[in-house]
Write a protein that binds this ligand. Structure first.
Ligand code: FES
Length: 215
């Protein structure tokens, strides 16, 4: 099994600063949108998290770790979601550090807060639909912000984006109609189309969009 230092392409025992720099570089190189693969991206994330947790090169690998790359490649992703529409009701902000902890403690309806799994190869929107939810969308082709979500944790690949400017990407806003989970777990705020900054990027929903229970 490759050591986490090998995965990050740095010398064994490299200091924290070197690990951070290598992680930022490798996570870009391995990102599926940049020519990498989901397996490689997950391996880089796992290597970084292993080093963060205090890697002991002499420790015997736990049996569960031995096939981690193969397991990650076929693993489903668990998505925890929160509806942007309920934030105003509670006086929450989308960038509150404890947003999901507050949501978990608030007895929200399942349509507004909960969890579902996404199969490998499925987009986040398809995963939501498979789970029975009608999340907003319009074009399904990367040309509007109707399907926008904000990533609070985890990452989506996003092969097609003709609409989100760089500053929105930096705020972790993504398009769920073509974004596929590339981490084991995600936390997302969906229904972001109601965020005022996205208003100019929306397409008229019909005839494309399904009715959303909270519209
Ligand atoms: Fe238009 Fe996703 S629905 S970009």
């Amino acid at each position: 099994m490759e050591s986490p230092f090998d995965v990050l392409q740095i010398d064994a025992g490299a200091d924290d600063e070197t690990v951070e720099e290598a992680y930022r570089r490798r996570v870009m190189e391995a990102h599926p949108d940049q020519g990498g693969s989901i397996a490689e991206f997950r391996a880089v994330r796992t290597a970084y998290e292993t080093l963060q947790a205090g890697y002991d090169p002499d420790a015997e690998p736990e049996s569960g770790d031995r096939d981690s790359a193969a397991r990650q490649q076929r693993a489903r992703s668990t998505v925890t979601y929160l509806n942007y529409d309920v934030l105003g009701d509670f006086g929450w902000q989308v960038d509150d550090a404890d947003l999901f902890e507050k949501a978990a403690a608030s007895d929200l309806d399942r349509v507004d807060y909960g969890e579902f799994e996404v199969d490998p190869g499925e987009t986040l929107l398809e995963g939501a639909e498979t789970a029975g939810y009608a999340w907003p969308f319009a074009c399904r082709g990367g040309a509007c912000a109707n399907c926008a979500v904000m990533l609070v944790d985890g990452e989506l690949s996003m092969p097609v984006n003709h609409v989100l400017p760089a500053e929105m990407m930096e705020r972790n806003i993504r398009l769920c109609c073509n974004g596929m989970p590339i981490t084991d777990e995600l936390k997302v705020v969906y229904n972001l189309k109601h965020m005022p900054e996205l208003e100019d990027l929306l397409l008229p929903p019909r005839p494309f969009e399904q009715a959303h229970p909270n519209d």
